[in-house]
Design a protein around this ligand. Structure first.
Ligand code: BTN
Length: 259
């Protein structure tokens, strides 16, 4: 049996970060860690504060969807206060940090589906929801919310997309959620700090996107697009080549691979 209970101290104790995860607010059960993190940020929480829960009762996904996070998964949200120029890179920072930490702790290789779904063997294992509060050029806060299916038997959750998986289903055994959380916090901080020293994570993010070069269907707001996902721009948007040769820049949407 893998020791797997979470607490503020088990997460923060000897955590090798400067600020991310040095303050942790832990709940066994909460509505949505992103909602709590936004309230904390509004009240002036220090940068790097993490809100984490074993279970969410009103977890939020991208594009106003529901995100199920039952026991065995993790739901965590990180409060950051970056300069406005770094906002487009938070998608890259957070999704690559999930890829790095999954590989470091489990040995499993994962891939990214634009913009920031994390897949293992083609199935979604983690999702990321970033919510920013910006006025003009001033970022009040950014909240990075990450949900990872860890010790879950997906067959017990038919309501979760059939296209989902969990790390335990992929590994064939349960694993330590604590180890993954602590590594994730270290990886996020490393990539986030690299932004300000001019390091480029754009190339690595692009290299991990399974979406590129593939025929895709994209739902963006009320519009549906078909085409080849040609490349991503430096601001993280996707460039879609249509059959007539024209190009559309897509800022947010849902991608289905067609081939
Ligand atoms: C998606 O793939 O649609 C994004 C899912 C994001 C889920 C995480 S779990 C922690 C944080 N709190 C939330 O309510 N949502 C995010």
């Amino acid at each position: 049996m893998v020791e797997d209970s979470l607490s503020t101290t088990s997460i923060t104790s000897k955590l090798e970060t400067r600020f991310i995860g040095q303050r942790v607010i832990y709940y066994p059960r909460v509505t949505s860690t992103n909602e709590i993190a936004k309230q904390e940020a509004q009240r002036g929480a220090v940068e790097g504060t993490v809100v984490i829960a074993d279970e969410q009762t009103a977890g939020k996904g991208r594009l106003k969807r529901v995100w199920l996070s039952p026991k065995g998964s993790i739901a965590l949200s990180i409060i950051l206060r970056p300069s406005v120029v770094y906002l487009p890179f938070l998608i890259m920072v957070s999704s690559l940090a999930v890829v790095h930490s999954i590989e470091a702790v489990t040995g499993l290789k994962s891939q990214l589906r634009w913009p920031n779904d994390v897949l293992v063997n083609g199935k979604k294992v983690a999702g990321i929801l970033i919510e920013n509060n910006v006025r003009g050029d001033i970022v009040n806060y950014a909240v990075i919310g990450i949900g990872v299916n860890i010790n879950l038997k997906l067959s017990d959750f038919p309501e979760i997309l059939p296209a989902a998986t969990s790390l335990s289903d992929e590994l064939g055994r349960n694993m330590s959620r604590l180890a993954l959380i602590r590594r994730l916090l270290v990886e996020i901080e490393k990539l986030y700090l690299a932004l300000s020293t001019g390091g480029s994570i754009y190339q690595e993010w692009q290299d991990n996107l399974v979406t590129l070069g593939r025929r895709v269907h994209i739902k963006s707001g009320k519009t549906d697009y078909e085409g080849i996902a040609e490349s991503v721009a430096g601001d993280g948007s996707l460039l879609l080549r249509h059959p007539d040769g024209s190009l559309t820049k897509i800022v947010a949407g849902d991608v289905t691979l067609r081939d």
